[in-house]
Write a protein that binds this ligand. Structure first.
Ligand code: MN3
Length: 200
């Protein structure tokens, strides 16, 4: 079965005014669709056909087409799923406790995460991950790489800092984009990701 571009759970304009509809539409229907079809083309007829996306990323990231397009496929799947129109605020429950324990406070976590996103030179992503010891960690990756590729952690939250994610609305203002993006983060979904990643 080829990989399929996921439907969004909300309309392209649903994250306005924080993320603009045109960027959302192009990002999903062109960029994410492109990674998806190129991933399918890269594995069709090879012995990689039939592997899960996680298996492809952890075992076949030495294949550049799989690395770039499989990474793009997985990363954007996460990205859409951790945003929602009623997002923002702060997490609660065990994720909130884990953030406080690791980073001191939610504000300190936000600062460190935004710094990882700001200092990623060129195109890439910043991540909040569950590491191999079950703790939280922040990191960033170039291009469409992610921590599944070197098995260093499992992302539960990620922000796309490619210019295609923000340039139409924010121009070169990556910091303004990051500040706006916090308003659409779906913390209940991030908490669910935290629990499933911690259970592994
Ligand atoms: Mn993108």
């Amino acid at each position: 079965m080829p990989f399929e571009l996921p439907e969004l759970d909300y309309e392209y304009d649903a994250l306005e005014p924080h993320l603009d509809a045109l960027t959302m539409e192009i990002h999903h229907s062109k960029h994410h669709a492109g990674y998806t079809s190129k991933l399918n083309a890269a594995i069709e007829g090879t012995d990689m056909d039939g592997l899960s996306i996680e298996e492809l990323l952890s075992k076949h990231s030495d294949n550049n087409a799989v690395r770039n397009n499989g990474g793009g496929f997985w990363n954007h799947n996460l990205f859409w799923s951790i945003m929602c129109p009623s997002g923002g605020g702060q997490p609660d429950g065990e994720l909130a406790s884990a953030i406080d324990e690791k980073f001191g406070s939610f504000e300190s976590f936000q600062k460190e995460f935004a710094n990882a996103a700001m200092t990623r030179f060129g195109s890439g992503w910043a991540w909040l991950c569950v590491d191999n010891n079950g703790g939280l960690c922040i990191c960033s990756s170039p291009n469409q790489d992610n921590p599944l590729m070197d098995s260093s952690g499992h992302p539960i939250l990620g922000i796309d800092v490619w210019e295609h994610a923000y340039y139409k609305k924010f121009g070169p203002g990556r910091g303004d984009y990051i500040a706006s993006w916090w308003n659409v983060v779906d913390w209940p979904q991030v908490s669910a990701n935290y629990h499933s990643a911690s259970a592994n």
